[in-house]
Design a protein around this ligand. Structure first.
Ligand SMILES: [Zn+2]
Ligand SMILES: [Zn+2]
Length: 111
């Protein structure tokens, strides 16, 4: 039954609680690229758990720099998040109605 020939459901079972420190280490090797003209960053690679191609996109956090002069509006600062939560968005079906293999790892290095 482990043979995946012809099957749409892959061998790695969907699991939102799976965790392995090595997966996080692997994710921290990924390189981020800023999406031109935006305050978003993308990275992609193979999910360390199910090994399917997946992409991740994060948005800058926006903060307001306080203005030095009373009455004038502050300046918006867009800074990439220091850490992000990785989620698997691979195209394979691990479980009907769900996206990816369920892997979520907080603490991945941000852009
Ligand atoms: Zn997968
Ligand atoms: Zn996965």
């Amino acid at each position: 039954m482990a043979n995946s020939a012809g099957g749409r459901v892959t061998a790695t079972p969907y699991d939102e609680n799976a965790y392995d420190q090595r997966w996080l280490d692997e994710l921290n090797q990924w390189t981020w690229q800023q999406v031109p003209g935006t305050h978003r960053w993308q990275t992609k690679g193979r999910c360390p758990r199910c090994h399917h191609e997946t992409e991740l996109e994060v948005e800058a956090t926006v903060s307001l720099a306080p203005s030095a002069f009373p009455g004038s509006s502050g300046r918006l600062i867009h800074s990439p998040p220091a850490t992000v939560e990785f989620r698997c968005f691979c195209d394979e079906t691990h479980k009907k109605g769900k996206t990816g293999c369920g892997l979520r790892i907080p603490g991945m290095r941000g852009p």
